[in-house]
Design a protein around this ligand. Structure first.
Ligand SMILES: O=c1[nH]c(=O)c2nc[nH]c2[nH]1
Length: 443
């Protein structure tokens, strides 16, 4: 079950997914293909046939475009403050603890296990300013088999980055970023690329102009992915306008940080001109619908961005978002788009309350979480098709202690897919593969 195009559901019954040694899908043999019987028999004889069983369905793994890995120990806490106070009072003190490698290793192991168990096969991580702890996260993803884009966070501007948690200098921040790129590229066994180093200016408010420019130069020199926050909240968007005289998008562009491999987190306040700039360079947006309810003061104009051709995928934004599941964020994407369409203030007349035409449905949101995320990252992931990595999960609709209800008298396969999207939880994720390797297996 998958969405090869936005809004298009594809359900193949009894298809064979043939996975090659390199973890890529070699071919999909449909039930009506005359070779089906022979391919199946050959795989069975070789002991390589895996049959899903009744009530189990294969879906592409999720692409989570925005995670603050060090904030995992803070999941479900401290969500009562505005962004700027939450960062200073809770988040920077927590992230500062990652100078301690034992703390970092314990937290990062727990996080990667949890995300894999939720079906997240590709994770885009902010680490912290610490080079050694960032390397530890890369080692853990590599060892546990999660596809991961990882960045050493740059915070080189003392104006908003506290003394206890920032880069010692701009030069050091750039040197450490370059060192992490070398480290990740050189990781043993990274030949087929599981870990991708990612240039990570936290956001313009914590970075100097010199630092941002140097990171833009590094992006051009290395071709590495870039991630940063963009026009997230009233405060952040206003701060950047005042400091640079431009929107986040146009300022990042001037620093050389807008590339085909740039992931802009949030982007709630982007205007049409920003969307045109993002579209022109092929960068993408990590839409974080749950976190936006807490920190963003607005709903991301998802439909408008998609209509403008902007690449968009989904992010949990742990721990600004308090849920590790991309299933949950798919539902929030649908719900928040409907709130934008209809409006939320009942004291206003219905016809001036919302922005009609803004809603997306569950099939579009599922696409964002899979193939859409793959397009943002410019990687062959998010789809079960030849040439794509076999990053996939099995959903068990009969899992114990689950609220996923399938009613055979009432449900066709389209309904089953809809119910899976709306009602699956971690307990329904039975098995997960990344690049053909089983990384979660509940039997
Ligand atoms: O949601 C967010 N989480 C963060 O950690 C952060 N840092 C800058 N801007 C941010 N927004």
């Amino acid at each position: 079950m998958q969405t090869p195009e936005r809004g298009l559901v594809e359900i193949l019954e009894d298809a064979l997914v043939v996975v090659a040694e390199d973890g890529l899908i070699a071919e999909i043999v449909t039930a009506d293909d005359p070779r089906h019987e022979g391919v199946e028999a050959e795989a069975r004889a070789a002991g390589r046939l895996e049959v899903l069983g009744e009530g189990r369905y294969l879906l592409p793994g999720f692409v989570d475009l925005h995670i603050h890995a060090p904030q995992w120990p803070q999941l479900g806490k401290a969500l009562h403050l505005p962004l700027e106070d939450w960062l200073q009072q809770y988040t920077f003190p927590l992230e500062a603890r990652y100078a301690d490698l034992a703390f970092a290793n314990a937290a990062y192991r727990s996080l990667v296990d949890a995300l894999l168990a939720n079906g997240t096969t590709t994770a885009v991580y902010y680490a912290t300013v610490h080079l050694e702890a960032t390397k530890a996260l890369a080692d853990i993803c590599q060892a546990k088999g999660q596809r991961a884009l990882i960045g050493k966070v740059v915070m080189d501007d003392p104006a908003l980055s506290p003394d206890f948690y920032r880069d010692l200098s701009t030069d050091q921040a750039i040197a450490d970023t370059a060192a992490f790129i070398d480290y990740a590229n050189g990781l043993a066994g990274n030949g087929t690329r599981l870990v991708y180093p990612t240039i990570t200016p936290r956001f313009i408010p914590t970075c100097t102009d010199a630092g941002l420019k140097a990171l833009g130069d590094l992006a051009a020199a290395t071709g590495a992915h870039v991630q940063t926050h963009c026009s997230e909240s009233d405060w952040e968007h206003g701060f950047v306008l005042e400091r640079t005289g431009r929107t986040d998008t146009r300022a990042l562009e001037a620093f050389g940080l807008m590339t085909r491999r740039t992931v802009l987190a949030h982007a709630n306040f982007i205007c049409d001109d920003d969307m045109d700039a993002i579209h022109a360079c092929g960068a993408g947006v990590a839409h974080c619908p749950l976190s936006n309810h807490y920190f963003s003061n607005a709903v991301f104009p998802l439909r408008r961005a998609l209509e403008k051709g902007v690449h968009v995928g989904l992010g949990t934004d742990i721990s600004g978002g308090h849920d590790a599941s991309i299933f949950s964020n798919i539902r929030h994407a649908v719900a928040s788009s409907r709130a934008l369409a209809d409006g939320v203030d009942a004291s206003l007349p219905a016809d001036s309350r919302g922005r009609p035409g803004s809603a997306v449905d569950f099939t579009e949101a599922f696409w964002l979480a899979t193939a859409g995320g793959g397009i943002v990252l410019d990687l062959p992931i998010g789809l079960l098709a030849p040439g794509y990595f076999f990053d996939a999960m099995v959903i068990d609709t009969h899992a114990a202690d689950s609220d996923l209800v399938v009613w055979p008298e009432l449900d066709g396969l389209d309904d089953v897919f809809q119910r899976i999207v709306y009602s699956s939880g971690r307990q329904n994720v039975r098995k997960v593969w990344v690049a053909g390797r089983a990384v979660v297996d509940k039997g």
